[in-house]
Design a protein around this ligand. Structure first.
Ligand code: S3P
Length: 445
């Protein structure tokens, strides 16, 4: 993929369905009894992998473009898959589905691609084993073989890492346990599983911890629930983030991003961009399928000038990191366009994503002429700096490809991103088409 700079980003885009919400919609519909019709389902390869795995587990699924119909047979409805479940590149598919199949009286084998096979799975193996599943992993990694049991033991589990995937895995297993399963979460992470379960009428308990940070979530199994006739997936704010970052910097830009999910555990990106000095407004807020949505309008400056953070240099660290985790690569790119740059700490989890996103971002930004300091748990990007086009290795990671896709628009000269078209399909197959549809002619023409 070769990209050249553009003058500005102009237009209206309807963001594709949120990947995290789509996974949950599919899995929870599959556990419900009856037919659920899902609109604006994510066309990402990750969510397609979830649908394929559910089909192998005996769930009837029909897909017509972005609309998906799922016929669930209730929590006792899944069947032993005829062969291995291939989760592809998708950590969410593997970790959440593991929670579901752990509560089934059969054996499931799960594999992933090279990247997923390197990611830590001990974090879900441990709680699921405590609930009675027998799991074989290789050094805490996939392939996983999960010998489930029909009635899991309920568990009270404090998350050792701030991870919505681990939280969701335990809550989903809890639906199949015999009694009340609790998850203690000290650092809030995205709450789509809790919201989706509640949308289906499942009670999810929420209690603050007396005098301590965090809360206790709970579900009581066996939880039987019926299908929702209709469900709509909000637009993906993590995909919107790339467009927002581009429009915030390119002079004369004006983008309206419609129907974007504005869940309070995901919307930190808007706050951070505003803190950085970007011009953003939110209008038309409403709720769909128990998730807040709205239109994000973002405008660029009158001339190409660095963003000026009103409250001094931008430093991101602490609990907010868990709620910005997927947006950190694009924020690092944006750091090159901010007075005082950006510093990110407490983000060691970034090293365990589809690639080591700290190393990949540092390498790509340096190739484009930025001054970057790598930290064990983050990075410091000096800013402002004029980026130069370069050859970028996307490390087969969709968010690295998209972050540098935006960096290319801001840079001088041509940027080539190795393997970009292929890897963006993991979360947003039409990313470059969407970007082209709002891009105006090259600045240096
Ligand atoms: C996700 C949670 C996050 C995020 C990932 C999607 C989810 O991962 O990075 O893209 O849908 O629950 P962790 O839970 O591992 O932090």
């Amino acid at each position: 993929m070769k990209l050249t700079p553009v003058q500005h980003l102009l237009g209206r885009l309807k963001m594709p369905g949120d990947k995290s919400v789509s996974h949950r919609a599919a899995m929870i519909s599959a556990l419900a009894k009856g037919q659920t019709y899902i609109e604006n389902f994510s066309s990402s390869a990750d969510c397609v992998a979830t649908l394929a795995c559910l089909q192998r587990l005996g769930v009837e699924i029909e897909r017509a473009g972005r609309n998906v119909t799922i016929i669930g047979e209730g929590i006792s409805g899944l069947r032993q898959p005829p062969d291995t479940l291939d989760c592809g590149n998708s950590g969410t598919t593997m970790r959440l589905l593991a929670g579901i199949v752990a509560g089934k009286d059969f054996t499931t084998r799960m594999v992933g691609d090279d990247s997923l096979s390197k990611r830590p799975m001990g974090r879900i193996v441990d709680p699921l084993q405590r609930m009675g599943a027998v799991i074989t992993a290789t050094d805490g990694r996939a392939p996983l073989e999960i010998k489930g049991r029909e009635s899991l033991w309920p568990l009270s589990y404090e998350l050792p890492v701030a991870s919505a995937q681990v939280k969701s895995c335990v809550l989903l297993a809890g639906l199949m346990a015999d009694g009340k399963t609790e998850v203690i979460e000290r650092t809030p992470t995205r709450d789509h599983t809790e919201r989706m379960l509640r949308y289906f009428g499942v009670q999810v308990g929420f209690e603050s911890l007396a005098g301590e940070p965090g809360y206790r979530l709970s579900v009581t199994g066996p939880a039987r629930f019926t299908a929702m006739e209709r469900l709509e997936i909000p637009g993906d704010i993590s995909t919107a983030a790339f467009f927002m970052a581009g429009a915030a910097v390119l002079p004369g830009s004006e983008l309206f991003l419609e129907n974007v999910g504005l869940n309070s555990t995901r919307v930190q990106i808007v706050d951070v961009l505003q803190r950085a000095g970007a011009n953003i407004e939110i209008t038309g807020q409403t709720e769909i399928s128990n998730e807040p949505v709205g239109t994000i309008r973002i405008t660029g400056p009158a001339t190409r000038t660095p963003l000026k953070p009103a409250l001094g240099p931008l430093v991101l660290s602490g609990p907010v990191i868990a709620q910005l985790i997927d947006e950190l690569p694009i924020l690092a790119v944006l750091g090159t366009q901010i007075e005082g740059g950006i510093t990110i700490h407490d983000a060691v989890e970034l090293r365990h994503k589809e690639s080591d996103r700290i190393a990949a971002t540092v390498k790509g930004l340096r190739a484009m002429g930025a001054l970057v300091e790598e930290h064990p748990d983050g990075l410091t990007v000096m800013g402002p700096v004029a980026l130069k086009g370069a050859l970028i290795d996307a490390h087969r990671d969709h968010r690295i490809a998209m972050a540098f896709g935006i960096a290319a628009l801001l840079a001088e000269g041509e940027t080539e991103i190795d393997g970009a078209e292929d890897c963006v399909s993991v979360s947003c197959p039409d990313f470059f088409e969407l970007l082209a549809s709002v891009s105006n002619e090259t600045a240096d023409e």
